[in-house]
Write a protein that binds this ligand. Structure first.
Ligand SMILES: Cc1ncc(COP(=O)(O)O)c(C=O)c1O
Length: 386
C-alpha cells in the first residue's frame, strides 16, 4: 500500500484504548479487574425482564424510529423534570443514542468545524480526544490538579480564544470524582454566555453524587439554548452492555446532533429502549439505594487503598477513586499498572493516558469500586501485600 500510513493523521496518535490493554492483561493474568468501569452484577431484574418482554412481544426488533422510541423519549423528559426540574419536549428536545459515547461523537461531529477549539477538563474521558480529532477540531485542556482537582476558572477564561467554539464539561468527573459546585457551574455558565460558546455536558454519573447532588448546567440562565446535555442508562442502571444513551437540548441543537447521529448508527437497540423507559420510572428508592450502596463500596475501597499505602483522593461522585502512588515509592503510573497484575493480581488504570499535560497525571492511578464487596475485599488484601 506504499509509504502512506493506513490510519489517517487525525487518529494516528489514538492507538488502542487503555481499557482494552488493561482488560486483556486482567484476563491473561487472572487478575481482579478494577480498571474498566463496569459492574460485576447486573441491574434490576425487572428492568432486564422488561427487555426480554419487549423482545418476545416484538417491540423494537425492527428499526425503531430514528430519534428513539416515543416511550423512552417521554420517560427521559419525565426523568429530567423529576430529578432536575428541567422541561424538555420529548418530540423535539430529546434524542436517543447508542450510549453516551455515540451522543458525544454525534454532538462533536455535528457542532464543530475543522480548526474550532474545544476546551475540556483533563484528565479527559478517552473518547473525547478521539471525537474532537475526528471532527478536525483542536482540544485545549484545562488541567485539573491533585489534591482537589477543582477547575481554575481564571485559567479557563485565559484558554478562551476567538477560535473557541465549545466547552466539553464532565460532571461528575471520570476519573477524578470531582463534582462541580453550583458556584463553579455558575462561573462556567457566565463564561459560556459572555463568549457565546456551545456547551456539551457529559452527565453519565448524575445519580452517583455522594454529597451535595448533581446540578445540570442547562438549568442556569442563558444555558438552555446553548447546552447539549448527555447521559446514559449504562451507569445508572448497571447495564453498560445495552448502550442506551440520550441527548436533551433545545430543538435546533437536537436537530443538529440528530443529523450526525442518523449517519453513525441511524438507531440504537430497540428492545432495550423500552426497558430503559421502565428503568427511568423506577421509584426514588432505587436511585437512593444505588447511591448508598456505591458510597459504601467507595469507603471500603478508599480505606483499603489508604491502608495499602496509596494516597487516596476521595471522590465526591462516580464509581472511581484516583490515587497517588508516590507514597509507595513509585513515580510512573503506567509502569506501575503494567506490573501490578504480576505483582499482586489487580488491574488498575494509569490516569496519565487521559492527560495532554502528562506531568500532572504521571503518578496517578484509578481504581473502580463498582464490584461486589467480596471482590473489593480480596483486591484490597492483595494490594496490601505491595
Ligand atoms: C465520563 C463518561 N462518559 C461516557 C461514558 C460512556 O458511556 P456509554 O457506555 O453510555 O457509552 C463513560 C463510560 O465509562 C464515561 O465514564
Amino acid at each position: 500500500m506504499g509509504a502512506r500510513p493506513l490510519l489517517n493523521r487525525r487518529l494516528a496518535s489514538m492507538g488502542t484504548t487503555i481499557f482494552a490493554e488493561m482488560s486483556a492483561l486482567a484476563t491473561a493474568t487472572g487478575s481482579i479487574n478494577l480498571g474498566q468501569g463496569f459492574p460485576d452484577t447486573d441491574g434490576p431484574a425487572e428492568v432486564r425482564e422488561a427487555a426480554v418482554r419487549a423482545l418476545r412481544e416484538g417491540r423494537g426488533n425492527q428499526y425503531p424510529p430514528g430519534p428513539g422510541v416515543p416511550e423512552l423519549r417521554q420517560a427521559i423528559a419525565e426523568h429530567q423534570q423529576r430529578f432536575h426540574g428541567l422541561t424538555y419536549d420529548p418530540d423535539t428536545e430529546v434524542l436517543v443514542t447508542a450510549g453516551a459515547t455515540e451522543a458525544i461523537a454525534a454532538a462533536l461531529l455535528a457542532l464543530l468545524e475543522p480548526g474550532d477549539e474545544v476546551i475540556a477538563f483533563e484528565p479527559f474521558y478517552d473518547s473525547y480526544a478521539a471525537c474532537i480529532a475526528m471532527a478536525g477540531a483542536v482540544r485545549r485542556p484545562l488541567t485539573l490538579r491533585a489534591p482537589d482537582f477543582r477547575p481554575d476558572l481564571d485559567e479557563l477564561r485565559a484558554l478562551i480564544t476567538p477560535r473557541t467554539r465549545l466547552l466539553l464539561i464532565n460532571t461528575p468527573h471520570n476519573p477524578t470524582g470531582l463534582v462541580l459546585t453550583p458556584d463553579e457551574l455558575a462561573g462556567i455558565a457566565r463564561l459560556a454566555v459572555e463568549h457565546d460558546l456551545l456547551v456539551v455536558t457529559d452527565e453519565v454519573y448524575e445519580h452517583l453524587v455522594f454529597s451535595g447532588g448533581h446540578h445540570p448546567l442547562a438549568a442556569l440562565p442563558g444555558m438552555f439554548e446553548r447546552t447539549v446535555a448527555i447521559s446514559s442508562a449504562g451507569k445508572t442502571f448497571s447495564f453498560t452492555g445495552w448502550k442506551v444513551g440520550w441527548v436533551t437540548a433545545a430543538p435546533e441543537l437536537v436537530a443538529a446532533v440528530r443529523t450526525a447521529k442518523q449517519y453513525l448508527t441511524y438507531v440504537s437497540a430497540g428492545p432495550f429502549q423500552y426497558a430503559v423507559a421502565e428503568a427511568l420510572r423506577l421509584p426514588d428508592e432505587y436511585f437512593a439505594s444505588f447511591r448508598a450502596d456505591l458510597r459504601r463500596k467507595r469507603d471500603l475501597l478508599a480505606d483499603g487503598l489508604t491502608a495499602a499505602g496509596f494516597r487516596v483522593f476521595n471522590p465526591q461522585g462516580t464509581y472511581f477513586i484516583t490515587t497517588d502512588i508516590t507514597p509507595l515509592g513509585e513515580k510512573d503510573g503506567l509502569e506501575f499498572c503494567r506490573a501490578l497484575p504480576e505483582r499482586c493480581g489487580v488491574v488498575a488504570i494509569p490516569n496519565v493516558v487521559f492527560y495532554d499535560n502528562t506531568e500532572a497525571g504521571r503518578s496517578l492511578v484509578r481504581f473502580t469500586f463498582c464490584k461486589q464487596d467480596s471482590v473489593l475485599e480480596e483486591a484490597v488484601a492483595r494490594l496490601g501485600r505491595l
